[in-house]
Design a protein around this ligand. Structure first.
Ligand code: NOJ
Length: 760
């Protein structure tokens, strides 16, 4: 039955190579066993950590080893998880805490731009700096393991509730930024945790509930390697200390007891030497998960604790497996776990973890992820401060409350109706727009805690005070009056998303109606959308009075200040979309999360589209997007010239994932970018590759350069062996095929300026 469903759903362009991985369709949706669990080797950058860990673990009794593989609640801190400790050996255990966009649910930390915003910046250096300063905050709070970054979900469905936590739906962009973040966190002394491995692409049915198992993400082997596991490969290559396995089932085996994923892909293919921790309450077997490669269970003991000791004693789990779990933790000295993570409602000394040097990084990061998608007649930047501006929309100001209550703990900007959903049953739907105030992050695990919120209305008001101009605002009316002297009308709307729920749509009637109502009365209407995911704009983008539109994503605490700098031309737009912005929902395939029929207790989610998601799918179907992947306007213009391609050792070869050669640079590509406009600006030059038997284009390089007017600079792209390869399911190797390849360099996935053909 599964086989026929598969072939019926298979699209013609979901290509011969992908199909070949499914030649025996009976295996589709099944996870092969991979045993025994490989012991960590502690090679390369891991050598020191392993020596420390082994010294310590060798002295531990079985009970002590078992004790540190599980979580405990602590009355001393609010860490999302606390591992066991070994007081006899003065090992204090570890605090593990959320999450990828800043330290969650505490005070005296910063709210950085969220993943989607960072993805839109396409800026490796800023991403590293953000990772570093954020990592320092985790460390200074006593958090040993920062539970981020997130590359799963990647963003298969635009409705995914957690897509905003990660950087991009493109595995290359996600992988590059994941690597920078991990190195940043770990340079600062916090262990990074790359999550959720793998296929955690929807919130709907993410966990078992009332006798219904979590949805099984059914991914064929080729798609696994070329798409979903790709950024994890970058993360392991960057030396990530830990990985979180996912809630969902993968090919019908739960992520945290899936031997193919943990023993196979992570620990054998990628030689991952760190530890795999289960997502919270995501462990569904004791012996099974231990043998499949799980190394730590959270937040409590799950099926381990005394049961794991018993399993070792009765021979079900080798003691060497438990020792291997413990050897994989970085036991390097660390202050008291969670010392700065006190319960906020109780008297405590607020440990200030903010480094003054992070300030410019937070502001620059906030600026860099804004994407300008419409700018008719160069409406922006304002040529001189408009004498009168009028501000509309619920998203222009701060939410009424920022305190230590439960909403703040969950993500301060979760609105009451949503909070009810958050506190109630998972799966409850909520409004798409967070109408209680501006959003600077999405909700729940990756929500971060802002030191303050510089909101658009106050930032614009401060600017008006400096310029002696005038501001009107009406943030509640659906059809507000507009002062006829307004030189510009700014409408602030948002699209909210949170862990626990998928979104119900990609735009909402209230916000669209508001834009149209203002545009009907104001000939210079500028729309600003804070967006925790893809937000459609077709309801009004062509309205002649909508002169400019900014996708402002999730900028973190400096939101308003960043926007003002952009509007008034003190900073330029350099962000580009890290996803495709379609004209209609129906342009996305797939669009909806998988669901179940009432009598279906083992829901199946077949990823039959293979690697064809987002722009790969739009290109293959020739669907015209509203704004393509990689698109973003600037206040200046750029010309591309002088493409050179220097190829070395590029021949049809195969290579294993763990071979060093997979990272060899086999092509150096260079081009020149010139700022041909009259103001300075930064350009993200992008390199796409057409590989035989693959999507028409795949991102394989990007380089961001800042240029003064008339200045030129080289952009360089280093392509590795992996970048040219496809995953061969038969040999289980990366393969460079014979055939015709094309290198495209340009300003977006559809604004290609230079091409070069290659024959291999
Ligand atoms: C569940 C979430 O899926 C995960 O991302 C988070 O780190 C843990 N809860 C801990 O809060």
């Amino acid at each position: 039955m599964r086989a026929s469903r598969m072939s019926a759903g298979w699209q013609i362009f979901a290509l011969p190579a992908a199909v070949s991985s499914l030649t025996d369709a009976n295996f589709y949706g099944q996870s092969p066993p991979v045993y025994p669990s490989p012991q960590g080797k502690g090679s390369g950058t891991w050598a020191g950590a392993y020596v420390n860990a082994r010294d310590l673990v060798d002295q531990m009794t079985l009970d002590e080893k078992v004790n540190i593989t599980r979580g405990f609640t602590s009355s001393d801190n609010v860490c999302a998880g606390n591992s066991g400790s070994v007081p006899r050996l003065q090992w204090p255990g570890m605090c593990l805490h959320d999450a990828g966009n800043g330290v969650r649910a505490t005070d005296m930390v910063n709210a950085y731009a969220s993943g989607i915003h960072v993805g839109a910046s396409w800026d490796r250096n800023l991403t590293y700096q953000r990772g570093y300063f954020m990592g320092k905050e985790f460390k200074d709070k006593g958090v040993n393991v920062a539970l981020g970054p997130n590359a799963g979900p990647l963003g298969r469905i635009p409705l995914g509730g957690r897509n905003w936590e990660g950087f991009s739906v493109d595995p290359y962009l996600a992988g590059q930024l994941v690597a920078e973040t991990i190195v940043g966190h770990q340079d600062a002394g916090a262990i990074a945790n790359l999550k959720h491995f793998v296929g955690n692409e929807q919130e709907t049915l993410r966990r078992p509930y009332h006798g219904v198992e979590a949805a099984s993400t059914n991914i064929d082997d080729k798609t696994m390697h070329e798409l979903y596991a790709w950024p994890f490969m970058d993360g392991v290559h960057a030396g990530v200390g830990s990985i979180m396995c996912s809630y969902n089932r993968v090919n019908n085996s739960y992520g945290c007891q899936n031997s193919k994923l943990m023993n196979g892909i992570l620990k054998t293919e990628l030689s991952f030497d760190g530890f795999v921790v289960a997502d919270w309450n995501g462990q569904h077997s004791g012996v099974g998960s231990a043998l499949a490669g799980l190394d730590m269970v959270m937040p409590l003991g799950g099926y381990w604790g005394d049961n794991l000791t018993e399993a070792v004693r009765n021979g079900s789990v080798p003691e060497s497996r438990v020792a291997d779990m413990a050897n994989r933790y970085d036991t390097t000295d660390f202050a008291t776990p969670g010392f700065g993570m006190k319960n906020l409602t109780e008297p405590h000394e607020a440990v200030d973890a903010r480094d003054p040097q992070s300030k410019p990084i937070i502001l620059e990061g906030a600026i860099a992820g804004h994407v300008l998608v419409k700018n008719e007649n160069s409406t922006l930047p304002f040529k001189k401060p408009p004498k009168m501006i009028s501000i509309y929309g619920y998203d222009a100001t701060v939410p009424a409350t920022k305190n230590t209550d439960i909403l703040f703990q969950l993500g301060y900007n979760v609105q009451p109706e949503m909070a009810q959903a958050v506190l109630g049953t998972e799966g409850v739907r909520f409004d798409q727009a967070a109408k209680g105030g501006t959003i600077v992050t999405g909700g729940r695990a990756a929500a971060n805690s802002p030191a303050y919120i510089n909101d658009p209305l106050s930032a614009l008001s401060q600017r008006a005070a400096l310029d002696d101009t005038w501001v009107n605002w009406d943030l509640t009316s659906f059809n507000p009056d507009v002062n006829g002297a307004s030189e510009a009308c700014l409408v602030f709307i948002n699209a909210m998303a949170t862990e626990g729920w998928d979104r119900i749509g990609l735009h909402d009637d209230f916000s669209d109606g508001l834009v149209l109502n203002v545009a009907a009365k104001c000939s210079n209407t500028i729309v600003v959308i804070h967006a925790a995911g893809i937000r459609l704009v077709d309801q009004w983008i062509d309205h002649p009075n909508v002169t400019a539109t900014i996708i402002a994503h999730l900028p973190g605490q400096d939101s308003g200040q960043a926007l003002v700098k952009l509007l008034y031309g003190e900073a330029g737009f350099s962000g580009k979309l890290p996803y495709t912005l379609a004209r209609n929902e129906s342009d996305y395939h797939p669009y909806l999360p998988c669901n179940r029929t009432p009598d279906d207790y083992f829901p199946q989610c077949d990823f039959t589209e293979g690697v064809y998601i987002d722009y790969r799918d739009f290109d293959a179907r020739n669907t015209t997007p509203r704004f393509e992947f990689g698109f973003g306007l600037s206040y200046t213009s750029f010309e591309y010239s002088s493409l050179s391609v220097d190829v070395s050792d590029l021949s049809p070869t195969t290579c294993r994932s763990g071979d060093n050669e997979i990272w060899d640079i086999v092509a150096n590509v260079q081009a020149t970018v010139t700022n041909t406009g009259s103001v300075e600006g930064a350009e993200v030059a992008q390199l796409y590759l057409a590989i035989p038997n693959s999507p028409p284009k795949q991102l394989r390089g990007f380089d961001k350069v800042a240029l003064d007017p008339e200045e030129s600079a080289p952009v360089t792209f280093e392509l590795t062996r992996r970048d040219f390869s496809v995953w061969d399911v038969v040999t289980q190797k990366w393969q460079i095929q014979e055939g015709d390849y094309t290198i495209f360099v340009g300003a977006s996935s559809r604004d290609i300026r230079l091409t070069h053909n290659l024959k291999i």
